[in-house]
Design a protein. Sequence first.
Length: 541
Amino acid sequence: MVINNINTDTYTPSRSKEQKYANLFWFRCHANTFRVPIVGYQTITEISNSKLRASTYKLYRWLCFQADRAFCGSFSAQLKKIKKEAGLSKPAIIGARDELVRLGLIRVEREGGPGGRYYFTLMNPETVLFPLDWRSRPYPLYLCAPVASVLPDIYAKRWTGTDALVYDALCMEMGRSGQSDLPKKRRAHWLSFIARNTLLAAEQHLVDTGFIRSKASSIEMLHPETSKSMPPRAWEQEPSERSYFYDADTGARRVFSEELLTPDVIEQYFMKSLPRATEWVPRNDAHCPFHSDESPSLSINVETGQFCCHACGIEGNKLVTFEMRLLDLEDVHKAWTSVAKKIGFKSCPRSRGKVTHRHEYRDECGLPQYVVLRYQDGTASFRHYSGCFLKPGLGRNRRMLYNLPEVIAADVVLITEGEKKSDVIAELRLLDENGKSVAVTCTGGADSWRTEFVEYLKGKRVLLLPDTDDPGIRYSDAVEASLTRAGVEFETIYFNDYGNDFRDFLKDHGSDELVTFIGSPWLRSPTLSCSLSEVEEEICI
């Protein structure tokens, strides 16, 4: 059988077991991403007409985003929406749509009624015959692109289709190599289908919009939501998380500590982790597993667990750091589990303690979607609604703003870090300059901001009340970057002189004094002034 010049009886895309496309946007930045099938990308790059190629890929990428958000390969959309969000004219959309159908990447059906609504089905580009289904394996190889790059303020207004092609080629190479710094000399190989001048113009657009940084010999992929350098990989940060195990003698839970990692235990771990371990004599150099090491160059201190390779420069202070590198893991808890197996410990999950707070997230219509449970140890878990019951996880829900209906209705929005703080300040019942209720929202913890939340804040004025510690600064930086890109007016207020956040201010001041301290013309004092103790009593913290 032959479809669109592809022999489906013999067509099998190249898929190596060693081939991996790591999602560094998520691992390093916790940024939301969507999936673009790599064979679909490659098929579109073979279009000879550069204008048609650019518009076709711009539409295909937008369709991939919509399909990923819908949790399936099929969805409907109006022509008006596509024009607004993809930034394509009606003739360009029609031409790109027909080209995608010809290539076998989508199927399209016209729905009845006014409005130009179409029903799209994305096809699996590796088989052509079947719809794309991310819930069944084997699914196609894919690159991960950040959601920040497909929001209308960037995608429709400032990016061309060629910009999207170039950026996704960089995303693909970053995922393949696991590095955020990509050598410029290799881009001619990745992007040989684009003329040099066009490529340079596209790179400049990506620099101007804050997605890459152009260096003398490399291109640095930036945090897609803050336009700053990506944080280092997890193993380059000495992990501080505690891990627990079951004591073999008493059966009780105990935390791993330096005292437990005796020289014998450390030696046992490295004997099970090193290549050519039988040749290693403790207190002598070993063969390094992180590069081709014919002459032993890895120094190991069996008294402390410290390691350092004199050839490739890799070093660290903890066994879990070594294990994360060894297994190419970003998850510290999985690495601790692997370490525990090697040294004969039975690992166990950390005790969270009792639930201290329960926070419900509602959609635009005010309908409950999921619940966040906060525990004594500061951790949290999600529960989603399934009929009348709550089940673990988010289900098919996507993260949303806390108190979303109130945010939509308000003209002034306050953003805090965490639901508990939002509840505290919401009880103050602050008003804006026109006497309208102010909405108070958050997204969860310090790493929970997603740039797509800014869509709900357009046309509003925003006051940020972040914590003054490092996570709080990181959170406010991410929010400010998104608001700046979207042109949303905002102010940031810090409480450094009073403690970590506004609650420390409220211990000795009332809500009217808080409004005075914030000093924004967007706010006015509430009718009744409240102290922190009165608010905490009201919401039973």
